[in-house]
Design a protein around this ligand. Structure first.
Ligand SMILES: [Fe+2]
Length: 289
């Protein structure tokens, strides 16, 4: 009898872990200074992959001017209009919210609060309101912990916030800050940010941290300085696969006039950049035919 119960228990655990089987796309910043023709191309590619849903990491509109607010949100909606069948979860960036008027506009135009969480299958996603702040506010970390605590069995757990507060901390060798402590304590799989218009990927204590590259926000200054693909400067979006409690990220550079369509697994990129030939990621596999 005991062995039957153990077998049933293992079966249930197995079913639970295998519950997730879906894809989603991550779209990076569109602004500070949108580069023409990029975001529309990203959306076209994203739609062609037919994700179960799309996550954005913030900076949808140029912002910072109350008088342009409504016009800029209309422009943003116009870009998405063709893809209205896609379910999109938006995150607030510093260009989206700069005062109370713009905070209300974000809520009205996206249909989401400035922080919220949702589950898809057994996966948990927590979006925090950090775009306006230079440091991670304690109140948002409290909210984050509340959501993680309320969903102990969710897997994977993914956190999204606009500014990558973690880059400088990790670069300085600090792994004791509260965000990372929470991520470790609650078994967070991935932390996703934007803002920097540069692809960055690091893993610390089993937690995957990613600054999603630009999906339209200008990189002109970086490119003029000589930065390129190996420095994370390319226009892209990300295709994420969730299978059971695991999550896998494939980075897709746009093609056409503004990119080379390079694709790679995010795990093949660390703080030193790509672990594959930057000109042709496929060469890492030594294709013989
Ligand atoms: Fe930003």
């Amino acid at each position: 009898m005991r062995s039957v119960l153990i077998f049933l228990g293992l079966l249930c655990c197995g079913l639970h872990a295998a519950e997730n089987d879906f894809h989603f796309s991550i779209v990076g910043d569109r602004t500070g200074a949108p580069e023409p023709q990029i975001y529309g191309r990203v959306l076209r590619e994203v739609a062609l992959f037919h994700p179960d849903f799309v996550l954005t990491v913030g900076d949808a509109i140029p912002g910072n001017h109350d008088e342009k607010l409504e016009r800029e949100w209309k422009e943003f909606h116009d870009l998405w209009a063709e893809y209205s069948s896609l379910k999109v979860y938006h995150s607030p960036g510093n260009h989206d919210i700069w005062n109370e008027l713009s905070r209300q506009a974000f809520i009205r135009h996206t249909g989401f609060d400035t922080h919220y969480s949702f589950k898809h299958g057994n996966a948990l996603f927590v979006i925090t309101d950090t775009g306006r702040h230079d440091e991670l506010p304690a109140s948002e970390l409290d909210y984050l912990e509340e959501q993680l605590k309320a969903n102990p069995d969710a897997a994977p757990k993914v956190l999204i916030f606009h500014k990558p507060f973690w880059i400088e901390r990790f670069a300085a060798g600090d792994t004791t800050f509260r965000l990372h402590a929470l991520a470790k304590k609650y078994g967070v799989a991935a932390v996703l940010s934007g803002h920097g218009h540069r692809f960055v990927h690091m893993v610390r204590d089993g937690v995957e941290y990613m600054e999603v590259g630009s999906s339209g926000g200008s990189m002109r200054g970086k490119l003029i300085r000589g930065d390129g693909f190996k420095d994370g400067c390319f226009y892209s979006h990300i295709w994420a696969k969730v299978k059971g409690p695991k999550i896998y990220f494939t980075v897709r550079e746009i093609d056409g006039l503004f990119g080379h369509g390079r694709m790679f697994d995010a795990s093949q990129w660390d703080e030193n950049g790509p672990k594959f030939p930057a000109d042709d990621p496929a060469l890492a596999k030594k294709p013989g035919t």
